[in-house]
Design a protein around this ligand. Sequence first.
Ligand SMILES: [Zn+2]
Ligand SMILES: [Zn+2]
Length: 329
Amino acid sequence: MAAENHHGGRSALIFLGTGCSSAVPNAMCLIQPSDPCHVCAQALSIPPDQNPNYRCNTSLLIDHCGSDGNHSYILIDVGKTFREQVLRWFTRYKIPRVDSIILTHEHADAVLGLDDIRAVQPFSPTNDIDPTPIYLSHYAMESLCIMQLIVPAVPLNSIAVKFPYLVKKKLAEGQEVRRVAQLDWRIIEESIETPFLASGLQFVPLPVMHGEDYICLGFLFGERCRIAYISDVSRFPASTEHVISKDGAGQLDLLILDTLYRTGSHNVHFCLPQTLEAVKRICPKKTLLIGMTHEFDHHVDNKFLKEWSEREGIQVQLAHDGLRVPIDL
Ligand SMILES: [Zn+2]
Ligand SMILES: [Zn+2]
């Protein structure tokens, strides 16, 4: 498991979650023990911080150490299990706050922890704090409005809203102030042509298909090391694959890539056969896999992947929750 430590003068990636949308353990495996699942059963006897088969919703924290030695903390996705991830890993790695948030898309496993962002913001009973910048596509913003999680920063006709509090700035007359997460919504383009800065680090959006009817964003970042993070993908458009491929715009130092099941295929995610095919085409120096269901048994499958890696000459392993990877950004 990952070592303790760490505020040196070096950046790092911290895998806050490496599981699928329903997370691992799968509840059914534990409430119907007549159908035992070895991977899920481990959750009953091994504490989560020591169990690589305990997987929260996929999320990455980038601990970016700037040239001045100051750290900034960039969070990609805020899923259903965010609070649990904060309690387990922010404490382990002494992460004091979140400086900016980037959303890959607006599915529940990427956004439903947004309410708990207030837990990592300074306390102000009057909400009088600097809002945390949050970067998302226009489509994700609109969908969040339609999902009634937020009201639009710019009016989107009259959509009834259930949770207006996450963007509403002014109270109506007579309305009591209540403490809520303070967020500064910033729209990004779904295009590799329009990079954006989050806490001083540049990100290139990587549009990918997440089902043929849906575009999700991955992100390319890092100047000294090139890293691509792609959490939800069923197919790469050619233009996106080009910018992250060795034969295209140049070899990645690290590819972080979706894989849902060990075998077969799925309509909205890569499973291991498609993941490994993509890894061979993209040919990064190293790959870490995320988004796994309970079909994956960490140590068993990493042994298989180690053998595959030696055969193919490309290093591939499953990531696990709490994995910390020091890296030069
Ligand atoms: Zn299971
Ligand atoms: Zn999704």
